[in-house]
Design a protein around this ligand. Structure first.
Ligand code: HEM
Length: 143
């Protein structure tokens, strides 16, 4: 199960990297419209939360220590926050629907939170790899 914990966390990290690519796809799509961020939305609202949950299940089944378990739960919380930040950024538009300074500042936090969550997942991956590494054997010198 410890190997599965490493593999699933590695997959989660890869999907987070892809999520940055999908953000760029949204930003560079011309003409920009409601569908520009579809891939980013689906990955952020369904694929990533699902993989976060699977990572937590793997950590529990791998009997990860409390500190590692807490670190594994953190990405799910940060992803929920990520969706809330996106909604809040969209809510801060003026009467004509144009973006406001407040909305852009909140939107910037979405990018900052993305960097933070990736760092946390890298930490979880390192911890999972340590947990899966074979215990060092102690050599007893024979006379
Ligand atoms: C890597 C972690 C990220 C996650 C988990 C994530 C997740 C999300 C989620 C859940 C939404 C809301 C989708 C919806 O309401 O349908 C969203 C929207 C958005 N995200 Fe991200 N995101 C991430 C990174 C980024 C990055 C790095 C950028 C760009 C700097 C970005 C730009 C956006 C934009 C512009 C929207 C609004 C799209 C729209 O209004 O249709 N995201 N993101």
């Amino acid at each position: 199960m410890r190997k599965a914990f490493v593999i699933v966390t590695g997959m989660l990290l890869a999907v987070f990297a892809l999520q940055f690519v999908f953000a760029a796809v949204g930003a560079f799509t011309r003409p920009g419209g409601d569908g520009s961020y579809t891939l980013h939305s689906i990955t952020g609202m369904a694929v990533i939360p699902g993989l976060c949950l699977l990572t937590i299940v793997c950590a529990v089944l791998a009997r990860a220590p409390g500190r590692v378990l807490a670190m594994t739960v953190l990405p799910l919380g940060l992803v929920v926050l990520q969706a809330l930040i996106a909604m809040l950024a969209r809510a801060f538009t003026d009467a004509s629907g144009a973006s406001t300074t407040a909305g852009l500042v909140v939107g910037g936090l979405h990018a900052v939170n993305a960097i933070i969550v990736v760092h946390v997942v890298v930490g979880v991956l390192r911890a999972a790899q340590e947990l899966a590494a074979p215990a060092p054997t102690v050599q007893v010198a024979q006379r």
